[in-house]
Design a protein around this ligand. Structure first.
Ligand code: ADP
Length: 755
C-alpha cells in the first residue's frame, strides 16, 4: 500500500467528568470523517486508554455511533489517569498513537483534559525523539509524524471553561436542576417550607445562579460573589433569614436557597449546606430540608441544545483537523451560534485567572472575568429575589403596559415577571393587558372599573418564572377597523400609558407596526413600543431565536425519541409532522437533534421527484438491514402533499421492505414549563425591553423597535425595517442562519455508498 492509500487518522477520546452531549459529538466526528474519507479511532476510558493502548484503541465504524444521540454519558468511557501526568505515561501514549498512525487527536473534556492535551502537544517532539532513540519506533515513523494536531471540545456541565458560550452538558444539567427545583417548589409551597438546594459548581456559580434565576429562588450562594455582611454590620446570615421572613410575609409560600457546591464566605472559607440549614433553622424556628442534587445533574438524555451544539462542534472539529496541520491546539466552541476557535493555552489562561482570583479573594475580578452576561444575570436575579420593590421615586414615574399577541409560547410568563419586577423596582407603574390586543379593544374606556387592564404588583407575578402558557392571556385577534384603533388609543389615554411592550409573535409585530404607522392619527401611539419575540416557530425577523422555540424543540425531540423507540423489532419509517407555520426551524433542528434521515422544510418545497428519490433511498437502506428511519416534516412543507398522503405513499410503495407511520405532534409542542434556555432568554429580552422603554419614554418619539438576540448580544431593529426583513408571503424571516444545517442532518444520517 502506498502512502497515498493510507487514510488520515483521527484519535478521539472523552476524558474527566462525563457530560450529556459527548455522544452526539462522537457521532458527528466519526460520521463526518467517514464522509471525508478518513478513519477515526476511539480511545476508550480517556487518557487511561491512551496510555494502556491495546483494546482501548479501536477503529470506529459508522454503525458504532448509531442510536447514540439520545444517550447521556459517553459511549467510550471517560476516566482520569494519574499515569498520563507523568512523562512515562505520555511516552506510552505517544507510542500508542504512533503505532496506530495517528497524529490527529480530538479531546472532549474539561480543563484538566485540555491541560493534558496541551502537555502532550508540547512534549510531542521530545517524546518522539526518545521513542526513536530507544528504538521503540523507526526513524521513518518518527519522520512521518513530526507534529500532533489537537482540537478540544469542552465537555463540562459546570460551564467553567472559557472558549464557548455554553460548554457541553450545561443546558442538560440546568434542565435536571430545573425539574428538581420546580418539583421541590411545589412541595415546599404546600407546607410553607424552606429548602436548601446544593448544585454542582466547584469554582463556578453558573448553574447555581441560573437555576436561582429560573426557579424564582430566594437566595443564591456562588463562589464568584460570596455573601457579605451589610455596610451597617449586619451579618449576611441575618440578612438571608430576614429576606426569607419578609418574603413569607409578602406571600411567598416556599423559600428556596440555592448554593453552588463551591460556595464560600468572603474569607474564602467553605459554606456547607448543613451550615445554611442550621442557620436557617435557628433563626426561622422551623424545619429546613436540604437536597444535594449530585450526579443527577450529570445524567440522563441530553437536551436538544446539547445534542445540536455537540453535533455542530464535532462536525466542524472533524473537518478542521482533516483540513491540514493545526499548528497550536485549539478549543472549538459556539459563541452566539458561530463556531469559534481559541488556542487551548488562552482558554486555560482565562479559566485559571478566575481560579486565581477566587484564591486571592478578588471576587469582583472573578465575576468580571465570567463576562457581562453572567454579571447582568446576577444583578437581575438579585432584584427578582426581593419581596417588594424599592420605594417609587417622586418624579419621572412612567406608566407602562405589557401584552401578548399570537399563540402562547413557553417563557411568556417568565418575561412578564421579569419586566414587571424590574419596572416596579425602578419606581414605575406597569399594567398587564388581558387577552392581547383584544383586551385593549374591548376594555370599556368609559367604565370606572377595568376588567382587561390590570395594574401589576410585585406578588402578582410570584411563581410565574416556571409556568408555561400565558397568564395574562393571549390570542390572535388584532385591530382591523378604525374603531378598533380608536378604542386602543382611548384605553392608552385612560391609563396614561407611556410605553408598551408586546411579547408575542408575527401578528403582534404586525400590529405594533400598524400602531406605529398611525402615530400621525393618534397621539397616544407616539410612545415607545417594543416587540419581544415569543413564538415557538422561531419565524420572527431580527433574532436568531424566539422565546418558546427551545421548549418546543425539546418537546418534539422527546416525542421523536419515544416514537423511534416504539419501533424496536419492526422495520418502520416514521413521518413526524411538526409545527412552525412556513418556517422550517423546528423541523430542521429537531431532525438534527434526533438523527432524522430527511427533513422536509417549507423553505425547500419537495416534489414528486424528491419523494421518489427518498423512497429509493429508504428501500435500499431497509433492504440492507436498517431497522428504523425517521422523516421530520414541517406542517407546511408542501401545499397539497400532506403528512398522511406522504406516509401512505411510502408505506404502499416500500416493496415490503418497511412500513410507514405518521405522527402529527400538534399542540404537544406548545405545552409544558419553559426550558432553561427559554427562561434565560426571556429574562434577557424582558430586561432589554424595559431599558428600551426607559431610554425613550417621555421623550419626543416615535421610537418603536423589535428586539432580538444576535450573536451574543441583544439587538434592536426599528419597526420601520420589519417589512424589508421578512418574506411577507410566507411570514418568515429572510435568510435564516440555521438553514445551512440541513446538509449536516443528511450527511450524518446517510452513510456514503462507497465507504
Ligand atoms: P476534567 O477534564 O473534567 O477537568 P480532570 O481535571 O480530572 O478532569 O482531568 C482529566 C485528566 O486529564 C486527568 O486525569 C489527567 O489524565 C489529565 N490531566 C490533567 N491535568 C494534566 C496535566 N497537567 N498534565 C497531563 N495530564 C493532565
Amino acid at each position: 500500500m502506498s502512502d497515498l492509500d493510507i487514510k488520515k487518522r483521527i484519535g478521539v477520546l472523552t476524558s474527566g467528568g462525563d457530560a450529556p452531549g459527548m455522544n452526539a459529538a462522537l457521532r458527528a466526528i466519526v460520521r463526518h470523517a467517514v464522509h471525508l474519507g478518513a478513519e477515526v479511532f476511539f480511545i476508550k476510558e480517556g487518557y487511561i486508554g491512551l496510555v494502556q493502548g491495546g483494546d482501548h484503541i479501536c477503529p470506529a465504524a459508522w454503525e458504532d455511533v448509531s442510536d447514540m444521540l439520545q444517550r447521556g454519558g459517553t459511549k467510550i468511557g471517560a476516566a482520569r489517569s494519574k499515569e498520563f501526568k507523568e512523562e512515562s505515561g505520555q511516552l506510552k501514549a505517544a507510542l500508542n498513537l504512533l503505532e496506530h498512525g495517528i497524529d490527529r487527536l480530538i479531546v472532549i473534556g474539561g480543563d484538566g483534559s485540555l491541560t493534558g492535551a496541551q502537555v502532550l502537544f508540547s512534549n510531542w517532539p521530545t517524546l518522539v525523539e526518545k521513542l526513536t532513540n530507544d528504538n521503540r519506533i523507526s526513524k521513518e515513523i518518527a519522520g512521518k509524524h513530526p507534529h500532533l494536531s489537537i482540537i478540544g471540545l469542552i465537555g463540562s456541565i459546570d460551564n467553567d471553561v472559557y472558549g464557548s458560550d455554553l460548554t457541553i452538558g450545561v443546558d442538560t444539567a440546568l434542565r435536571r436542576i430545573l425539574d428538581a427545583v420546580d418539583a421541590i417548589n411545589s412541595t415546599a409551597s404546600s407546607h410553607q417550607r424552606t429548602f436548601v438546594v446544593e448544585v454542582m459548581g466547584n469554582k463556578c456559580g453558573y448553574l447555581a445562579l441560573m437555576s436561582a434565576l429560573m426557579t424564582g429562588a430566594d437566595w443564591v450562594l456562588i463562589p464568584e460573589n460570596p455573601p457579605r455582611d451589610s455596610a451597617g454590620g449586619t451579618p449576611w446570615e441575618d440578612r438571608m433569614c430576614e429576606d426569607i421572613k419578609t418574603g413569607r410575609k409578602a406571600g411567598r409560600r416556599a423559600a428556596i436557597v440555592i448554593m453552588a457546591e463551591g460556595a464560600t464566605n468572603a474569607d474564602g472559607q467553605k459554606i456547607t449546606s448543613s451550615y445554611i440549614k442550621d442557620t436557617l433553622e435557628k433563626k426561622l424556628d422551623e424545619d429546613v430540608r436540604v437536597t444535594i442534587l449530585g450526579h443527577v445533574q450529570r445524567g440522563g438524555s441530553p437536551s436538544a441544545y446539547d445534542r445540536n451544539m455537540s453535533t455542530i462542534l464535532g462536525y466542524n472539529a472533524a473537518e478542521k483537523i482533516l483540513s491540514g496541520v493545526i499548528e497550536k491546539p485549539m478549543v472549538i466552541g459556539l459563541r452566539g451560534n458561530i463556531v469559534t476557535y481559541t488556542e487551548i493555552t488562552e482558554a486555560l489562561d482565562v479559566t485559571r485567572e478566575i481560579s486565581e482570583a477566587l484564591k486571592n479573594k478578588e471576587y469582583d475580578r472573578a465575576l468580571n472575568a465570567r463576562g457581562e452576561h453572567m454579571k447582568n444575570i446576577y444583578n437581575i436575579t438579585h432584584t427578582l429575589f426581593k419581596s417588594k420593590p424599592n420605594t417609587p421615586p417622586k418624579k419621572n414615574r412612567f406608566n407602562f403596559a405589557v401584552l401578548h399577541c399570537g399563540t402562547q409560547a413557553p417563557g411568556m410568563n417568565t418575561a412578564v415577571r421579569v419586566l414587571v419586577r424590574l419596572a416596579l423596582d425602578q419606581g414605575h407603574r406597569i399594567f398587564g393587558i388581558r387577552d392581547g390586543f383584544n383586551g385593549l379593544i374591548t376594555n370599556d374606556p368609559n367604565s370606572r372599573s377595568s376588567s382587561k387592564i390590570i395594574e401589576m404588583d410585585w406578588m402578582k407575578v410570584n411563581g410565574w418564572a416556571s409556568v408555561g402558557g400565558a397568564e395574562l392571556g393571549t390570542n390572535l385577534q388584532v385591530p382591523k377597523t378604525p374603531e378598533d384603533f380608536q378604542k386602543i388609543a382611548q384605553n392608552l389615554a385612560k391609563f396614561n400609558i407611556n410605553g408598551l411592550v408586546m411579547i408575542g409573535g408575527w401578528n403582534g409585530y404586525q400590529t405594533a407596526f400598524d400602531l406605529f404607522t398611525r402615530q400621525g392619527l393618534f397621539k397616544e401611539f407616539r410612545i415607545p413600543i417594543v416587540c419581544v419575540p415569543a413564538t415557538i416557530s422561531n419565524r420572527l425577523p431580527g433574532t436568531e431565536v424566539s422565546i418558546g422555540a427551545d421548549t418546543a424543540l425539546n418537546n418534539i425531540v422527546e416525542a421523536v425519541d419515544k416514537i423511534k423507540q416504539s419501533a424496536v423489532g419492526l422495520k418502520r419509517c416514521f413521518v413526524t409532522e411538526v409545527g412552525g407555520r412556513y418556517c422550517g426551524y423546528l423541523a430542521l433542528m429537531s431532525g438534527l437533534a434526533t438523527g432524522a434521515e430527511r427533513v422536509y422544510l417549507p423553505e425547500y418545497p419537495f416534489s414528486l421527484k424528491t419523494i421518489q428519490e427518498d423512497l429509493d433511498f429508504l428501500v435500499s437502506e431497509f433492504r440492507e438491514g436498517r431497522k428504523v428511519a425517521s422523516i421530520i416534516k414541517n406542517e407546511n412543507s408542501h401545499a397539497s402533499y400532506n403528512t398522511i398522503f406522504l406516509t401512505t405513499l411510502l408505506d404502499q410503495e416500500s416493496k415490503g421492505f418497511f412500513d410507514a407511520r405518521p405522527s402529527i405532534l400538534g399542540h404537544l409542542q406548545e405545552g409544558g414549563s419553559p426550558s432553561p434556555f427559554d427562561r434565560i432568554l426571556a429574562t434577557r429580552l424582558a430586561s432589554a425591553a424595559l431599558d428600551f422603554l426607559l431610554k425613550y419614554a417621555g421623550s419626543d418619539g416615535p421610537f418603536c423597535a423589535f428586539l432580538g438576540i444576535n450573536g451574543r448580544r441583544i439587538t434592536e431593529n426599528n419597526l420601520n425595517a420589519f417589512p424589508a426583513m421578512v418574506d411577507t408571503k410566507f411570514e418568515r424571516p429572510l435568510n435564516p442562519w440555521w438553514l445551512k444545517f440541513q446538509d449536516i442532518v443528511i450527511k450524518l444520517a446517510c452513510k456514503p455508498k462507497d465507504s
